[in-house]
Design a protein. Structure first.
Length: 202
């Protein structure tokens, strides 16, 4: 899909996202999808805030079935450690949101299904994004650590290849659940998305 420009940032949608809305509708998960979009918005906003504070330019925002990816201009990085802080901002915000909501709902004694879903979504966002595979935040953390020794280009290749490997493993797990009659298409979609997105980083 052709990117659109928002505030100088190219925003594009991964083709796999097209299947998310009808799939959510079929399984009655539109409410979960809405909560996920809200949580993802907060997660990505944290990335953008840290990038702006560090003077790093975000050049592209890609919407994926498992989240969003904010791609930065490597030439605007003062030091490779800047990307580490930007990458960690998202998972930390999601974890903080999950813990805060858990505490607030606990104090107010709210046990609604929506409250539980919102907490779960934010915690899942945090931990999935910490997987050390590009383009996930964990992969960007890994790249920032490697880049100080190998250079940004080599670090990107290493992190991308690791992302492809991890994505294949996750996809294989998804296929295994289908073969063993414990079908979980979500696992396969997550793995496939990681593989394709990691390849696009090369």
């Amino acid at each position: 899909m052709k990117p659109i420009q928002l505030g100088g940032i190219a925003v594009k949608c991964n083709p796999l996202v097209v299947f998310v809305i009808p799939t959510a509708a079929v399984f009655g998960l539109l409410d979960v999808l809405l909560l996920s979009v809200i949580s993802l918005g907060i997660h990505e906003f944290a990335h953008l805030i840290f990038a702006k504070r560090l003077g790093v330019r975000v050049i592209e925002l890609e919407i994926l079935p498992i989240g969003c990816v904010a791609r930065i201009d490597p030439d605007s990085l003062a030091i490779s450690r800047d990307e580490l802080f930007i990458a960690l901002a998202g998972p930390i915000s999601s974890l903080s949101m999950g813990i805060t909501l858990y505490a607030v709902f606990g104090i107010l004694e709210i046990e609604a299904k929506t409250a539980t879903q919102l907490i779960g979504i934010n915690l899942i966002l945090c931990f999935i994004n910490l997987i050390p595979a590009l383009p996930l935040d964990g992969g960007r953390v890994l790249r920032s650590l490697i880049a100080s020794r190998t250079g940004y280009s080599s670090a990107t290749k290493l992190s991308s290849y690791l992302g492809v490997f991890i994505g294949i493993c996750i996809s294989a797990l998804g296929i295994y659940t289908v073969i063993t009659d414990k079908a979980n298409i979500t696992i396969f979609v997550v793995g496939l998305t990681i593989v394709l997105s990691a390849l696009s980083e090369l």
